[in-house]
Ligand binder design. Structure first.
Ligand code: ADP
Length: 236
């Protein structure tokens, strides 16, 4: 319990710091990125281009961590709407289309017809999908299959979203820690260990649940259940 309290305190502190720093760091980072890209367009000299490329990729790395921290802080209150998850899923898969085919990952979708609307925040649902799909891509460096399914689980007044991959999977001791803040198995600079913490936070804030099944060498399946919108006309 003591450890859990310390973690909660640390997370709360991090949220405050992240929000405060995002602007201070984000603005100069954008300027650096802009200038580096500008110079890149103007030079054909290979050693200079290489140096600029390093600057660009390192700035992108900082921005990535910053964005994760910000998503983690999530100061914006949740805006629940009657949401068509199917549309959100399609939109986000489209964003990843190029990346997926480049990584030799095929997408298998199964969308149940007439899936009820859920009560959710569109931006936060996108964040959930982005984090899960990114992890799936990372888990399949040699290619594979990304499975996305959406179906009503009406008996519980929920909609079920399943995201599975045929990647490297996880042993039990890793599974036990994946939702912990800062837990990552990715090499330094590649992972923040905040992606799934954010995902779980968002899902729980929506009154939903998230479960994971994984087997080393076989793959991983995340199953999310979200409450359906009872009165579609009502906004809160
Ligand atoms: P990060 O991606 O920055 O490491 P996450 O919180 O998103 O942080 O994930 C934590 C860890 O969970 C990852 O480092 C990885 O070990 C494991 N993980 C998450 N998703 C998958 C997946 N689809 N397949 C295998 N391992 C995964």
């Amino acid at each position: 319990l003591q450890a859990q309290l310390r973690r909660t305190e640390r997370v709360a502190e991090l949220g405050t710091v992240a929000s405060g720093m995002a602007h201070e760091i984000g603005t100069p980072m954008n300027v650096i990125l802009g200038r580096a890209e500008y110079l890149m367009e103007r030079t054909k000299e290979e050693p200079v281009r290489k140096g600029l490329q390093t600057i660009i990729s390192q700035v992108e790395r900082i921005t990535r961590v910053m964005n994760q921290l910000l998503a983690f802080a999530r100061r914006r209150p949740v805006e629940h709407r009657a949401l068509d998850l199917h549309q959100i899923v399609e939109d986000n898969l489209e964003i990843f289309q190029e990346r997926l085919s480049h990584s030799h990952i095929t997408v298998e979708t199964s969308f149940a017809e007439a899936c009820p609307l859920v009560r959710a925040d569109a931006d936060q649902m996108s964040q959930v999908l982005i984090n899960l799909v990114m992890n799936a891509i990372h888990a399949m460096p040699g290619g594979g299959v990304l499975k996305v399914a959406l179906a009503p689980a009406t008996d519980r007044g929920m909609v079920m979203l399943v995201i599975g991959d045929t990647g490297h999977g996880m042993p039990k001791d890793v599974i036990a820690k994946i939702f912990d803040p800062f837990f990552t198995t990715k090499e330094f600079g590649k992972g923040t260990g905040l992606g799934l913490t954010v995902v779980r936070g968002i899902i729980e804030e929506h009154g939903g649940t998230i479960q994971v099944e994984s087997e080393p060498g076989v793959g991983t399946v995340f199953t999310i259940c979200l409450p359906i919108q009872v009165d579609p006309g009502q906004k809160s």
